[in-house]
Design a protein around this ligand. Structure first.
Ligand code: AMP
Length: 287
């Protein structure tokens, strides 16, 4: 009995320390997704896919590769806390599938990952939005000439190099089949991006594509068609203009007032010279 009494406090300390340790983490992963790819293999019909990277989550991680989750079983999600952030959250952190609403998705991310972040709800979402805003992946790809397209492939090496060049840190670029799907960025606990550890990755030479958002191809096709129509219009205008010139020239000829093309009327072409000579002779006759 005495031994039991003696052991209980030690057991309690042990359990508390073990629980605390199961919540520990070393850094964050800011996970952004290229949602045209995600929507390619999941049903996003309820939503409209964005044409930029959007946030999947800000996940506390451990150096060894594991991560804590659901660190506070009694935690709740309070939408009111995020009132100020809602407009940006809706655009930058949308629920595309799986969840019935953005709120459901944010609730899941907060309860599973956010409660392990050692911060409260509003700063957790604020930090994720700020880090996302300050590290624009699509801009980096576009400035390296890597564009959303149905047909143009790039090497994994080129895509990683483009993202790394501008962000200044090594990220983890994830590929689903041959489509870029997610970019994971490592963020220290004091919220500074740093080089992610080397994880397994596709071969540098693997070809991958940044598929456009659904509807892009149609839009592009429409744009190409309208460009073709504009080209045709210009051609038509040119043909009509040349036709008018020819008609005008002919009527000039009929009146015996020159044979050269109108635009070279003042040049010393043989025909103009003939016209000038005739006038010269007539003048001489008159004098
Ligand atoms: P996790 O944060 O790892 O628990 O991810 C939760 C689930 O959300 C996973 O099944 C993902 O496939 C899914 N998921 C990822 N991005 C989105 C999104 N934008 N909208 C809805 N579900 C998503």
């Amino acid at each position: 009995m005495a031994l039991h009494k003696f052991l209980v406090p030690y057991l309690l300390v042990f359990v508390t320390l073990a629980a605390a340790d199961s919540h520990s983490f070393d850094y964050f992963l800011l996970v952004r997704e290229w949602n045209p790819t995600l929507c390619g293999h999941s049903d996003c019909s309820r939503t409209v896919a964005a044409s930029n990277f959007t946030i999947h989550g800000l996940w506390p991680q451990r150096r060894g590769g594991s991560w804590p989750s659901f660190c506070n079983p009694s935690a709740t999600f309070d939408e009111q806390e995020l009132t100020e952030l809602l407009p940006e959250l809706k655009v930058e952190w949308p629920a595309l599938f799986n969840f019935s609403s953005d709120i459901d998705f944010w609730t899941h991310e907060w309860l599973k990952h956010g409660t392990c972040s050692e911060t409260s709800e509003k700063p957790y979402f604020e930090q994720a939005l700020r880090l996302h805003r300050e590290n624009n992946i699509l801009d980096n790809l576009l400035s390296a000439g890597i564009q959303p397209s149905d047909t143009v492939y790039y090497s994994y090496r080129a895509v990683v190099a483009a993202i790394t060049a501008d962000l200044g840190v090594r990220t983890q670029v994830h590929v689903y089949e041959d489509r870029l799907s997610e970019v994971w960025m490592c963020i220290s606990k004091d919220l500074q991006p740093f080089d992610c550890p080397h994880w397994s990755q596709p071969a540098w030479s693997q070809r991958l594509i940044l598929i456009p958002k659904p509807g892009f191809t149609e839009t592009e096709r429409m744009r190409t068609t309208s460009l073709a129509i504009t080209g045709l219009n210009i051609l038509l205008i040119l043909v009509v203009a040349i036709g008018l010139m020819v008609v005008a020239q002919k009527s000039c000829k009929e009146k015996g007032r020159g044979t050269g093309p109108m635009w070279s009327f003042n040049k010393a072409s043989p025909s103009n010279r003939g016209f000038a000579d005739e006038h010269h002779l007539e003048l001489q006759r008159l004098l």
